[in-house]
Design a binder for this molecule. Structure first.
Ligand SMILES: C[S@@+](CC[C@H](N)C(=O)[O-])C[C@H]1O[C@@H](n2cnc3c(N)ncnc32)[C@H](O)[C@@H]1O
Length: 238
């Protein structure tokens, strides 16, 4: 019998924000796999679940570089999928853990697709997690959207000049992966006169959580990777 493969979204950082289902599966599987971007860094997802783990588990780090180089990514996903598949073919159940939700900007979706393509008999179960932006809205007591308002989720603005278009169409915008182009994003928010309608939140739901409403103060700095910006153009929130 082949093992089962689980993709677990482990939430934004607070271990109490893990779902009961993810918690149960974590403690039932034989192997826990996780992405690791740089060899010297600890895996964020593992730090979230570590206090919840009971008993012996095999812990496997899969190297997933933070690059946009499609060839390198393809190579590493393929290697990661092959590692997971080797455990599954030995009859071991494997969970891959990932921050926030498993289906939102996560390596999990690529690995899952590779495993599916390599062996269609493998049973795959994805468990959703609380996204970073849901946790941010909760931490700030600010609704993401109300009534008929629209909400846009925008990843790392490769070209921040596209942002005005988004702001024109969506009163509520979540900007994720903001660290690389942070200062360019600030320029656009300022030009669009929405800088005072934006808040940056880092390490949401953890003891390191930081919220900054005065984004100008951060100009010239680079926020941590685990940072997002919530823009609320209408209403009384910011
Ligand atoms: C690769 S994406 C992962 C998104 C994740 N799957 C989710 O559901 O939120 C990484 C980005 O998510 C955001 N992020 C993840 N965790 C966060 C946290 N605890 N606080 C603030 N932003 C976070 C940041 O914008 C970060 O650059």
């Amino acid at each position: 019998m082949k093992g089962k493969f689980f993709g677990l979204g482990v939430g934004p950082g607070d271990p109490e924000l893990l779902t009961l289902k993810a918690h149960r599966i974590l403690n039932e599987v034989d192997v826990i796999c996780m992405p690791k971007s740089r060899l010297e860094r600890e895996c964020v997802a593992y730090n979230i679940v570590r206090p919840l783990l009971r008993g012996e588990k095999e812990i496997v780090e899969l190297y997933m570089p933070m690059t946009r180089d499609a060839e390198i990514l393809e190579q590493e996903w393929q290697k990661g999928a092959a590692t997971i598949l080797a455990f599954l073919r030995r009859g071991l159940d494997v969970a891959f853990i990932t921050i926030g939700d498993a289906m939102l900007y996560s390596t999990y979706s690529y690995l899952m697709a590779k495993i599916k393509a390599l062996d269609e008999e493998i049973e795959i179960t994805t468990v959703p997690g609380i996204t970073s932006f849901a946790a941010t809205a909760a931490a700030l007591n600010i609704p993401l959207a109300e009534g008929e308002e629209r909400l846009a989720i925008v990843p790392s603005i490769e070209n921040p000049q596209k942002l005005p278009e988004v702001l024109a169409q969506f009163p509520n915008v979540v900007l994720m992966k903001v660290a690389p182009n942070f200062n360019e994003i600030l320029d656009v928010l300022e030009a669009e006169k929405v800088q005072d309608k934006a808040v940056l939140v880092s390490h949401c739901s953890t003891p390191r959580q930081q919220c900054e409403y005065d984004l100008e103060k951060l100009r010239g700095s680079k926020p941590d990777y685990l940072s997002l910006i919530l823009v609320k153009q209408q209403g009384r929130w910011l």
